[in-house]
Design a protein around this ligand. Structure first.
Ligand code: AMP
Ligand code: GLY
Length: 417
């Protein structure tokens, strides 16, 4: 029987820990550092995601068979390389491959080099040339901080004035700290977004069912971009042809390109796509499972996650399928998110466990949960139809009480209308 360590602390990691705990091959699941809400399925270990030495020491002492990395930061910092040096089994891309999320510029340049469809763009390192470029563009336009910014480093500017203001904030006022000192300015794409995630090892790409996230903070896609406010899967109003196109023209060529660049990719590859009138175009690549997409995708995944990951690592074709149910989940976030969030408020009514309620950022105080992060809970429903999944999810949301939480009321609206 195997022992698994999941690295990370949010809803995605709670979902991963839950899914690993379902495997008959797995005897124990640990999460580092995890959060108190995950103890229904895992043991939390107080080690930070970037403390590689302590993580390695723990994995050796506990004789962990597989370490699975949830978030991008340790991947971009080279956790996989460090584990491999010690001969430990870990699933995720090495540092030289995780850069596809770590640098927007790298990811745009490799797409350009290999003819992978994406929005037209230019990269900049200094404010004056970026500003001069902006004055010659049409609007809306998209400004992206080069480095990691927790899903928040993107601004869609509707006018030149707005773009110039944001440019100044990003490049001169360090709005996204050093992530914004280099910047990509790209064409605004119109269409419908979807996320396609795949298990990848080298040129082998095994796709999962697509999901749709909701990036804006408020109903009707208003407010700031967030890490994601809700998700559902499958997305039946987007045709299989679009998914095939994304696989054939983007995911497969990208995996191949990484091998050709001597940056062979092993891990979860997340493609964020726009179905435009000129075909599917890439918005971004991430080097890990999406959050909150994972929380619904893993509920739909029929298969043993431990076996799947081991097979992918050993270059064997993994065996899995997807349920014919729809899963829809709502993020309950702290008021003020994504700009700021107050911690500590009491949450009542959390009576269910994983996978219906996944903890993104909670703490526990004597006899109740409290807010301990920007995104706090992921609450989901399962249904034969999306309408049923929606109703069940929101019924559960309404049974949770906390004045300091907010949520979107329209998760799934593109499929429901
Ligand atoms: P990213 O961090 O690159 O995924 O961007 C965050 C969100 O901004 C995406 O999920 C889209 O909703 C939006 N976005 C990013 N790039 C573009 C683009 N070129 N055109 C339209 N929307 C975009
Ligand atoms: N849900 C978007 C992301 O994980 O980046």
């Amino acid at each position: 029987m195997a022992k698994v360590l999941v690295i990370g602390s949010g809803g995605r990691e709670h979902a991963l820990a839950w899914k690993f705990s379902q495997s008959p091959l797995v005897e124990e699941v640990f999460v580092a550092p995890g959060n108190v809400g995950m103890t229904d399925v895992a043991t939390c270990v107080k080690i930070g995601v970037n403390d590689f030495d302590a993580l390695i020491q723990f994995v050796k002492a506990e004789e962990i068979d597989l370490t699975f990395v949830g978030p991008e930061v340790p991947l971009v910092n080279g956790i996989v390389d460090e584990f491999e040096k010690e001969g430990l089994t870990i699933f995720g891309p090495r540092k030289n491959a995780a850069i596809i999320e770590g640098s927007k510029r790298f990811s745009k340049d490799i797409m350009k080099k290999y003819g992978i469809p994406t929005a037209n763009y230019e990269s900049f390192e200094d404010y004056n040339s970026a500003n001069a470029y902006l004055t010659k563009q049409s609007f809306p336009i998209v400004l992206k901080a080069d480095g990691l910014a927790a899903g928040k480093g993107v601004v869609i500017a509707k006018t030149l004035e707005e773009a110039q203001h944001e440019l100044y904030e990003m490049m001169c006022n360090q709005k996204f700290s050093t992530a914004g000192s280099q910047l990509v300015i790209e064409e605004y794409l119109e269409g419908e977004e979807f996320s396609l995630l795949a298990f990848v090892n080298g040129t082998n790409v095994y796709p999962m069912q697509i999901a749709q996230d909701h990036k804006r903070a408020f109903d009707r896609d208003e407010g700031l971009n967030t890490g994601g406010m809700g998700a559902y899967t499958p997305v039946t109003h987007l045709s299989n042809d679009l998914v095939d196109e994304a696989m054939d023209k983007i995911m497969q060529p990208m995996a191949k390109a990484m091998v050709q660049e001597d940056r062979s990719y092993c891990g979860i590859l997340y493609g964020g796509f726009m179905a435009t009138k000129d075909g599917v175009k890439t918005i971004e690549f991430n080097c890990r499972f999406g959050d909150p997409e994972t929380e619904v995708i893993l509920q739909a995944l029929q298969g043993d996650l431990y076996q799947i990951v081991m097979d992918v690592l050993h270059q064997k074709k993994p065996v899995y399928s997807f349920s014919n149910k729809t899963y829809l989940g709502v993020v309950m976030a702290a008021k003020g998110y994504p700009e700021h969030s107050n911690k500590g408020a009491r949450i009542d009514g959390i009576d269910q466990q994983a996978p219906s309620i996944l903890h993104m950022g909670t703490a526990f105080d004597t006899d109740h949960y409290t807010i301990n992060g920007g995104r706090v809970l992921f609450v989901s429903g399962e249904g034969d139809t999306i309408e049923e999944a929606y109703q069940k999810a929101y019924q559960l949301v309404e049974s949770i009480h906390c004045d300091d939480l907010f949520y979107r009321h329209d998760i799934g609206h593109r499929a429901l209308k």
